[in-house]
Design a protein around this ligand. Structure first.
Ligand code: GZL
Ligand code: ZN
Length: 304
């Protein structure tokens, strides 16, 4: 376009969108798939100059990255907030700098939702509810003892998945007898499950907020001489390849998907926002769910 009307050059040529993205970390298979999709989609040929950073699951690193992108004068900011609270200051700084913000994957808890343009991600309450509903449907009259491996404390998926699961089992004899965070990692899930196995000899089912913690629980259950998927049932959320393989192998009993492929929606929303077009405040990503049989069929074509 004509140079005079273009916005101040963002150092990447006026038609390319300079986007700063702060990623939670690299804690799980889901995160790896999400990162790959964003980096494969927000490319030069798609009209983007992507600055990407990994915060190792620390909020202060995310805030630091967002501030550096604001200082660089990017056209748009995007991030997946590791926890729900503590973002108002940096979001206000972005607003003061006229840099629009897009949330992907996880939500923030803010009184002023003018601080971001759009939130693109799954409905985590529904994911927890679908997991709980499968348990309620399959064990409705049993006094089932459940232990819960929670995601990162204070994160939207951990808060919402717990809420959804509890809603689904309300009114049944299913009881969550222990619940602790494994921080969405395999190592965390294994360590917490070892603790649960030491303090409970009556565990019937594990509800893990993601596949990676479920895979860690499998290691702990097998080390204790029990059969995962049989002696102790396992229900998880994500449906990444390793989780789906364990499901097909009968070590996990049910998985609710959490689609990590958010790159296309992010690219579309970023282009509209930079062009000054209105965008939907909330874009809900659709998720599927898989039994052991369905995993066998789906595995060959799984993209992640
Ligand atoms: C969910 C995402 C969660 C995944 C975990 O959208 O935020 O974080 O369920 C990941 O695997 O670590
Ligand atoms: Zn017990």
């Amino acid at each position: 376009g004509s140079s005079s009307s273009e916005s101040a050059d963002n150092g990447s040529g006026s038609d390319t969108i300079a986007i700063g993205f702060s990623q939670v970390g690299a804690e799980s298979g889901w995160r790896a798939a999400n990162t790959k999709d964003i980096q494969d989609t927000l490319t030069e040929e798609n009209g983007f100059k992507l600055s990407f950073s990994d915060a190792q699951q620390k909020q202060e690193n995310q805030i630091q990255a967002l501030r550096s992108y604001i200082a660089q004068g990017v056209d748009v900011l995007a991030f997946s907030p590791v926890v729900e609270t503590g973002w108002d200051a940096v979001l206000q700084e972005a607003k003061n700098a006229n840099i629009p913000v897009i949330l992907t994957d996880r939500a923030v808890d803010t009184a002023d939702d003018s601080l971001y343009e759009s939130f693109i991600g799954s409905d985590f309450v529904e994911e927890g509810q679908r997991a709980g509903q499968w348990v309620a449907d399959n064990f409705k009259d049993e006094e089932l003892k459940v232990v819960e491996l929670q995601g990162t404390t204070g994160s939207a998926p951990a808060i919402d998945r717990k809420e959804g699961f509890e809603k689904a089992i309300a009114g049944t004899d299913i009881k969550v007898v222990d619940s602790q965070t494994g921080d969405f990692t395999r190592a965390g899930g294994k360590q917490v499950m070892e603790g649960f196995l030491n303090s409970h000899d009556d565990i019937d089912l594990v509800f893990a907020h993601n596949d990676d913690m479920g895979l860690g629980a499998i290691e702990a259950i097998e080390a204790a001489g029990k059969k995962p998927g049989e002696d102790i049932k396992i229900v998880t959320i994500d449906a990444v390849k390793d989780g789906m393989q364990a499901l097909a192998d009968g070590k996990i009993n049910y998985i609710v998907e959490c689609n990590p492929l958010l790159g296309a929606d992010l690219a579309e929303v970023a282009k509209k926002v930079v062009a000054g077009e209105s965008v939907e405040k909330r874009i809900v990503v659709e998720d599927a769910a898989f039994t052991q049989e369905e995993a066998e069929k789906a595995l060959p074509d799984r993209k992640y």
